[in-house]
Design a binder for this molecule. Structure first.
Ligand SMILES: *[C@@H]1O[C@H](CO)[C@@H](O)[C@H](O)[C@H]1NC(C)=O
Ligand SMILES: *[C@@H]1O[C@H](CO)[C@@H](O)[C@H](O)[C@H]1NC(C)=O
Length: 227
């Protein structure tokens, strides 16, 4: 009788857990590496996953998640304990990222179910560029995706060039003119270099809010590297 009760309780708890887990999975992100080379995809939240060319990784993100990011790391090597280093996008040398990565890295940024029950998402070049990216909704009545596919690494101004990518001017010069830490700042030659190549992406911190896109809360998304 005792074991019957404990099994019943276990099943009840498991069902509750399943229900809870189901309800808190607000959004699914399908991440695909379409580059001809391996990348180490990273998400905060999400952690990390090595993706060979053509491989995908799915992350389920809780309702109301804010200030979240997905990016690609390149040129990585890790030991069996998950410690190592990446040429771009490195997150404190960890395979499973817990913090954002180091520039240069192309960013897919999002916050779920914010004001008016909308998701807000964008591609940002504020921390530079490493791989081309698509960030698109895949469900619901929302079909406006964002792309940044120009050859930014190939055309990068010399002073912004970095191993494996192209830095934003803020990263290189660290001045308020480019970083916008205090008050206002406006576009510069360097921000225009990024904006001219990726119209839909943020090119500097105070860029036009038209670079932020919205979908109804509960939408699912895909992020493609080298779409
Ligand atoms: C911006 O670019 C133009 C054209 O290349 C150049 O003449 C000008 O000096 C640049 N300005 C700055 C602030 O770098
Ligand atoms: C969004 O938040 C509202 C409360 O502000 C909630 O009622 C709704 O279920 C949430 N939607 C999703 C998809 O999480």
């Amino acid at each position: 009788m005792d074991s019957f009760i404990s099994i019943s309780i276990s099943i009840f708890v498991l069902s509750l857990y399943a229900l809870f887990f189901h309800c808190t999975n607000a959004a699914t992100f399908n991440i695909r590496n379409h580059c001809p080379f391996t990348v180490w995809a990273a998400g905060v939240p999400g952690g990390g996953r090595q993706l060979r060319s053509g491989q995908t990784w799915r992350i389920d993100v809780a309702a109301g998640t804010t200030a979240a990011r997905i990016w690609a790391r390149t040129g990585c090597s890790f030991d069996r304990s998950g410690h190592g280093r990446c040429q771009t996008g490195d997150c404190n040398g960890l395979y499973q990222c817990q913090d954002y990565g180091a520039p240069p890295n192309t960013l897919a940024e999002y916050s779920l179910n914010q004001s008016n029950n909308l998701d807000f998402f964008d591609i940002s070049l504020v921390e530079g560029f490493n791989v081309p990216m698509e960030f698109s909704p895949t469900s619901g009545w929302c079909n406006r995706g964002i792309h940044c596919t120009a050859d930014i690494n190939g055309q990068c101004p010399n002073e912004l060039r970095a191993p494996g990518g192209c830095n934003n001017a803020c990263t290189v010069f660290k001045s308020d003119q480019y970083c916008c830490n205090f008050g206002s700042c406006s576009e510069t030659n360097y921000s225009r270099f990024f904006k001219d190549r990726c119209r839909d992406a943020y090119s500097y911190p105070k860029d036009n809010h038209a670079s932020t896109f919205t979908c109804p809360g509960g939408t699912n998304y895909r992020v493609v590297f080298c779409p």
